[in-house]
Design a protein around this ligand. Structure first.
Ligand SMILES: Cc1cc2nc3c(=O)[nH]c(=O)nc-3n(C[C@H](O)[C@H](O)[C@H](O)COP(=O)(O)O)c2cc1C
Length: 180
């Protein structure tokens, strides 16, 4: 379904660099991609990269004048939303109904008739933590597609599950969800 609108959201993980290749591929496919990012995500990757890839402004600050109330319009605009990479923190906020930044507030306005994908990225101990497992279970129960993770060496030096899926796998999951 090239021509669909995708909201691509990033949270604070080293895997933000991998997310950029997914965004680039989606733009090349002909999708219109807008990005939203947490403050932490913007410490891993700059807004210039996201804006350069998408030719669209990044949504990061709910209170930025020009963008006030655009978050509700944004949730009506997209055909699919994805959080990639998704931190342990954002999973907990989503599952707890917290909306204290742009990404978590957008989720509270999500229409569950549309696909919402999450690509977790974290240390294997964080992934195994009962708080994170509970968040994933709550989100799946609401109909969110929580993608798996890969196993292997992590940025912290540990090895195990929790590595974000590779860009090609995430791209394929998005196309599948859009039936493109
Ligand atoms: C170098 C570095 C790498 C990090 N990588 C991850 C990660 O992959 N997954 C994760 O859940 N948190 C990671 N964190 C911690 C989060 O960035 C931190 O919990 C932050 O508050 C998340 O904010 P956000 O969910 O609003 O983006 C990392 C922190 C640092 C400093």
């Amino acid at each position: 379904m090239s021509g669909s609108n995708i909201l691509f959201q990033l949270t604070g993980s080293i895997a933000c660099y991998k997310a950029c290749s997914v965004i680039s591929k989606l733009v090349q496919d002909g999708f219109t991609v807008k990005t939203a990012a947490t403050e932490s995500a913007l410490r891993f990757i700059g807004p210039a990269t996201l804006e350069g890839l998408t030719r669209e402004p990044v949504y990061a600050d709910l209170f930025e004048g020009r963008k006030a109330l655009e978050h509700v319009e944004l949730t009506q605009w997209y055909d699919l939303a994805i959080v990639c990479p998704a931190t342990a923190n954002i999973l907990g906020k989503f599952a707890g109904g917290i909306g204290d930044d742009c990404v978590s507030t957008l989720f509270l306005a999500h229409d569950f008739k549309k696909p919402f994908l999450i690509a977790p990225a974290m240390n294997s101990r964080m992934l195994a933590h009962p708080a994170v497992q509970r968040s994933i279970s709550v989100l799946k129960g609401w109909g969110v597609s929580v993608l798996g993770t890969g196993t292997g060496r992590q940025a912290c030096g540990d090895s195990g599950p929790g590595r974000m899926l590779e860009p090609g796998e995430i791209h394929a999951a998005i196309l599948k969800a859009l039936k493109a």
